[in-house]
Design a protein around this ligand. Structure first.
Ligand SMILES: C[S@@+](CC[C@H](N)C(=O)[O-])C[C@H]1O[C@@H](n2cnc3c(N)ncnc32)[C@H](O)[C@@H]1O
Length: 228
């Protein structure tokens, strides 16, 4: 990150924090849709103004994909933002749909990757197209769960689980919080209990790793599987 990029990001963060009710503890709109849309609408095509846009796949996804054969799998990237994670899935041969509730994010991702094989769509995790139900072998979500308050985690887990075909896997990457530590956010890093609860809608947690990527805070990388 250049100094100039870092300065633009810091200034955007200040602007975005100022219009984020959740920053003031106001969760009257727990879905935070207006704020997510505002992030992309206000960015004016500058990725520095999208706080989570690293312009590369998340290292924990890239590292996981390096050891996996996902060719031919039907993959879904949830809350895809500017598309780097979806592109990583597609570059390994997964037939990938990626969605975000922000139409500006989806148009931006399409512009960034004009020759992409990813099918970018505007959609809402909590009101997804009915024909996605049971339609995916691999569902990936990075940083969207932690951007939602704890009161929505069970509903979000239900929505994620619904996408899985029998035997399908859900890969979750999120910042980690110690059990017992009070949630503080947004974003709200997840405790191990919150991670385990993602399995509640009939999934089995097949692995969970606590990892540190590129000098960052501790992260979870967990796989949940729908029984075959
Ligand atoms: C913290 S960002 C993470 C973006 C991306 N996954 C990444 O790792 O860079 C969360 C993303 O989820 C999107 N999002 C939030 N709520 C959503 C919902 N209900 N349905 C679809 N996308 C949502 C936001 O617009 C945003 O792009």
């Amino acid at each position: 990150m250049t100094e100039d990029f870092a300065a633009r990001r810091a200034s955007a963060r200040r602007r975005l924090d100022a219009i984020d009710p959740a920053r003031r503890g106001d969760l009257s709109d727990p879905y935070r849709r207006g704020w997510f849309r505002a992030v992309y609408d206000m960015a004016d095509d500058d990725p520095a103004c999208v706080p989570w846009a690293d312009l590369e796949p998340h290292p924990l996804l890239a590292d996981w994909l390096a050891a996996q054969d996902v060719a031919g799998l039907r993959a879904l990237d949830v809350g895809c933002g500017l598309g780097d994670n979806a592109e990583a899935l597609a570059s390994k041969g997964a037939s990938t749909i990626a969605f975000d509730l922000s139409s500006a994010a989806i148009e931006w991702a399409r512009r960034r990757f004009p020759a992409s094989r990813v099918d970018y769509r505007v959609a809402d995790l909590f009101d997804a197209p009915a024909d996605w139900r049971g339609g995916f072998d691999l569902v990936h979500e990075c940083y969207t769960l932690q951007a939602l308050p704890a009161l929505l985690l069970a509903q979000a887990a239900q929505s994620l689980a619904r996408f899985l075909a029998p035997g399908g896997r859900l890969l979750v990457i999120a910042r980690a919080r110690e059990d017992g530590a009070p949630p503080s956010g947004p974003p709200w890093p997840l405790s191990s209990r919150e991670m385990e609860a993602i399995a509640a809608p009939g999934l089995a947690m097949s692995s969970i790793e606590a990892l540190t990527s590129s000098g960052e805070a501790r992260h979870w990388r967990a796989i949940f599987q729908r029984p075959a």
